[in-house]
Write a protein that binds this ligand. Structure first.
Ligand code: PMP
Length: 407
């Protein structure tokens, strides 16, 4: 394994060379959204400059070119996720829309159970809460002790035959742990449940094969993997997508329509209402290429170096507690912590002000977990391939000075 050439990588991100009151920014918020490398922004601009055209419906030259971009992107995502067929890839606005599409389109009966974990992002909890309300299904929450991680045996005990849907994160945005998705899928399939995987935090930091995982649905957002904002994808097993009720209806979704009713188009068009975003799709192709050029083992080693440095320094401080396992190897690129007595917003502001260190504060879109645990909020630093040990040192220096000031 050759270590990552961080200097070369950073050259693709001009914002990292743009001073903020005399300091270079230390962007430690990639779990929220990653920066976009030059080849991605260039691909979007070039596609836009080359001209517009409605993909899939206009047969003039610009329309054909836009259609080619759509097809290229669909095939690129299929290969990236190792899906069997390009038609199993549905373009949406992001993971949130993908999860809403599944939760609004799956037929459930009163008494059916949807099983989720207690560490779901709001985007993989609220849509299921609504589905349960509307269909008189039950929502069961499998609580996870984030310090020790996911316990497959305990999870299996919650999998009774009433469970029709299991919704889990592949990687948690709360604490960075990776769930054994393949094992969960196997256990869920034994009781006849479908598994919906929120892959927002997994893609881009590790290779994903939906076929090896056995996932029935897999949701992702490209802005979390160096791609453009406002676009994501839903992978769905072909037979399940066929039975999924569309979330939106309109242009692109029909083969024909009368004043009374439509004849819906086959998937994926049936689930992709409106004109596809060709400019963004060009950025998706470029992002997949950019991420695909990195050695996954080198990415993992780099994230671990950064996370280890952050963890060792933070755990040595008074009043600091980590959310998640103490071992950084179990948390990918995420270190989520709170400093007792210091509101996370104040700490985040101070980090930005003193050292141009950018982190996420608050309840990290996992409000239910914070409420249930009585943890008010936290600061989450999250690392990507462009981050350096010097940036981690700037983070921990500020936290050290705050923790010792009040300790
Ligand atoms: N799930 C997880 C685990 C996430 O981290 C996020 C983004 N914070 C989402 C879902 C939602 O992604 P998006 O906002 O791009 O739809």
């Amino acid at each position: 394994m050759t270590p990552l050439d961080t200097a070369r990588i950073r050259a693709d991100f001009p914002v990292l060379a743009t001073h903020q009151r005399g300091r270079l920014p230390a962007y430690l918020d990639s779990a929220c959204t990653t920066l976009r490398p030059e080849p991605v922004t260039r691909a979007i601009a070039e596609r836009a400059r080359a001209g517009a055209g409605c993909p899939g419906r206009a047969y003039h030259r610009l329309g054909r070119e836009a259609t080619a971009t759509l097809e290229e992107a669909r095939e690129a995502v299929r290969a990236f996720l190792d899906a069997g067929r390009a038609e199993e890839v549905v373009f949406v606005r992001g993971a949130t829309e993908a999860l809403n599409l599944v939760a609004s389109g799956l037929p459930l009966r009163p008494g059916d159970t949807v099983l989720v974990t207690g560490i779901e992002h709001n985007s993989n909890l609220l849509p299921w809460q609504r589905l349960a309300r509307r269909s008189a299904a039950r929502l069961r929450v499998h609580r996870i002790d984030v310090a020790t991680g996911f316990d497959p045996a305990a999870f299996a005990r919650d999998l009774d035959p009433s469970v029709r849907v299991v919704a889990i994160p592949h990687v948690s945005n709360l604490c960075g742990i990776e769930l054994p998705v393949a094992d969960v899928c196997e256990a869920a399939h034994r009781v006849g449940a479908v598994v919906v995987v929120d892959g927002a935090q997994a893609v881009g930091t590790r290779p994903v094969s939906v076929r090896a995982l056995g996932a029935d649905f897999y949701a992702l957002s490209f802005h979390k993997m160096m791609g453009p904002g406002g676009i994501g994808a839903l992978y769905g097993r072909a037979d399940l997508l066929d039975r999924l009720e569309p979330l939106l209806l309109g242009g692109n979704t029909v083969d024909d329509a009368t004043y009374e009713s439509p004849t819906l188009a086959p998937v994926p068009a049936r689930l992709e209402a409106g004109v596809p975003a060709a400019d963004l799709l060009a950025g998706v192709v470029a992002a997949i290429r950019w991420v695909g050029a990195l050695d996954p083992a080198a990415v993992r080693a780099h994230l671990l170096d950064l996370n280890r440095a952050a963890t060792v320094a933070l755990l040595a401080l008074p009043r600091v507690s980590l959310i998640g396992p103490p071992d950084p190897a179990a948390r990918g690129g995420i270190v989520n912590f709170h400093v007792r007595g210091v509101p996370s917003r104040d700490l985040a502001l101070l980090l930005d002000d003193r050292e141009a260190v950018m982190v996420r504060h608050g309840k990290q879109c996992v409000h239910a977990w914070y409420r249930a645990e009585g943890v008010p909020d936290s600061v989450r630093a999250s690392f990507a391939v462009y981050n350096t040990l010097d940036e981690v040192e700037r983070l921990t220096r500020v936290v050290r000075s705050v923790a010792s000031m009040i300790g």
